[in-house]
Design a binder for this molecule. Structure first.
Ligand SMILES: Cc1cc2nc3c(=O)[nH]c(=O)nc-3n(C[C@H](O)[C@H](O)[C@H](O)COP(=O)(O)OP(=O)(O)OC[C@H]3O[C@@H](n4cnc5c(N)ncnc54)[C@H](O)[C@@H]3O)c2cc1C
Ligand code: SF4
Length: 394
């Protein structure tokens, strides 16, 4: 019987769809998630308590109307749910796949139960919207006569371009790379965000009337004066310059074999897309790889290295292993600083390849200008002081 006698959160437990097992998914670069059957998706939507004060709203940087779309999913009104979702979020098929989901950290149900599966529901609504043909180009009915240049086509540039165009302005997007998308295209690996999903959205924005000019780096091969013709210019250029080990003054950081993550990941995606690599080839195949930094970018490098056939992968992190549960100074509804083990880390032999509290001291030259060893020390961290700062000791 639907809906069941008792409220969803009293009847159903949190459920996520299974992933393809690690041993088979590391053999390819495709997405490996699946979907729950429709009745179990509805049950997940019904777990939402429709709180009087929905703290999930404050957790979501977009202000998504989460209880509203959860309720519509519960009632099997997927099209209505999509409308609600699109009213605040231009690209739910991206956020439903890769957002860290601060809404779930802030979910009221999360105080004493596993939170509502908000991100998974978002992905299902978006994917259904595309599959059903409900997401279509929405060109403006009238044009304002104003022209806007958007520089950069990552998620911020794309969202701005889409909104400005829908408001009737004529929008031209300048992109340095050979294809739009920013880090959606060349940073985040294909196995987390399929590039077909990114291209599908860019095609929709183009069909709405936005013009994309690629291989166009403003200030380099596009003179700044070209922007004078526009009524407004929006800079959405991201943060290209990496903070390298050389910037940190680590001796040997300029040896061959040490690369910033984006050089490695961009090449990896270009290879997956069958594009030429216009750089010295970097591959983890057969190599003993150390990934420095245990955050999301490090995790993407781990997953990519494993897929490329690395002989071994070790991921080192300066900070200590986070606790399994919220620390007293990190109460709900704050973002919960707890141990998260990404799907990439789970793919490593033994189920994790991270070592915590490791500080890199220097890199060793093999005599040919190539790195052959990394020298590091274990560190200890003091408890945070009143301002939340910790002291490190080797
Ligand atoms: C490896 C990696 C994994 C990530 N994974 C996640 C994740 O799982 N979840 C998540 O929420 N976030 C993730 N992020 C963060 C997320 O990708 C960024 O926050 C987001 O892409 C920033 O968007 P943006 O539009 O500001 O910049 P970007 O995506 O960096 O786009 C900026 C664009 O501007 C272009 N550009 C720069 N200068 C010029 C110029 N002069 N002329 C023309 N074009 C120019 C660049 O080529 C680029 O395409 C990840 C980041 C990285 C690096
Ligand atoms: S906080 Fe959680 S339970 Fe409450 S409305 Fe938001 S998603 Fe639903």
């Amino acid at each position: 019987m639907w809906p069941p006698k008792y409220k969803g959160f009293m009847t159903f437990t949190r459920e996520l769809p299974p992933y393809e097992p690690p041993e088979s998914r590391v053999k390819h670069f495709q997405e490996f998630t699946s979907s729950l059957p429709a009745d179990r998706l509805k049950a997940q939507g019904y777990r939402c308590m429709n709180c009087g004060v929905p703290f999930c709203h404050s957790g979501c940087p977009l202000g998504n109307q989460i209880p509203d779309f959860n309720d519509l999913v519960k009632d099997d009104d997927w099209r209505g749910a999509l409308e609600v979702l699109l009213s605040t979020n231009n690209f739910p098929e991206f956020t439903g796949r890769i957002c860290p989901a601060p809404c779930e950290s802030a979910c009221v149900l999360g105080i004493n139960e596993p939170p509502v599966t908000i991100e998974m529901i978002e992905k299902e609504i978006a994917d259904r919207g595309w599959a059903e043909g409900w997401i279509r180009p929405e060109p403006p009915r009238v044009r304002t006569g104003k022209r806007v240049a958007v520089v950069g086509s990552g998620p911020s540039g794309l969202a701005a371009a889409q909104q400005l165009n829908r408001a009737g302005h004529t929008v031209v997007v300048y992109e340095r790379a050979d294809e739009p998308g920013g880090l959606l295209m060349y940073g985040i690996p294909n196995f987390k965000l399929d590039k077909g999903v990114v291209r599908r959205r860019i095609a929709q924005i183009e069909a709405e009337g936005v013009e994309f000019r690629c291989n166009a780096e403003v200030g380099v091969n596009i003179p700044l004066s070209e922007l004078d013709q526009y009524d407004a210019v929006l800079l959405a250029i991201g943060s290209t310059r990496p903070r390298t080990m050389a910037d940190l003054g680590i001796p040997g950081a300029d040896l061959e074999g040490i690369y910033p993550a984006m050089r490695f990941l961009t090449q990896a995606t270009r290879r997956v897309l069958g594009k030429p690599i216009n750089d010295r080839e970097i591959t983890a195949a057969g190599k003993r790889v150390v990934v420095i930094g245990g955050g999301d970018t490090g995790s993407d490098c781990v997953g990519t290295s494993l897929r490329q056939g690395a002989a071994s992968v070790l991921n080192i992190e300066l900070f200590p292993r986070p606790p399994l549960q919220r620390a007293p100074r990190n109460p709900w509804p704050e973002w919960d600083f707890v141990l998260r083990t990404s799907s990439s880390h789970k793919e490593a032999p033994g189920g994790d390849c991270r070592e915590w509290c490791i500080n890199t001291k220097r890199f060793e030259d093999d005599g040919t200008g190539h790195v052959c060893a990394l020298h590091a020390v274990r560190v200890e961290w003091s408890e945070p002081d009143a301002a939340g700062r910790r002291q490190m000791r080797e």
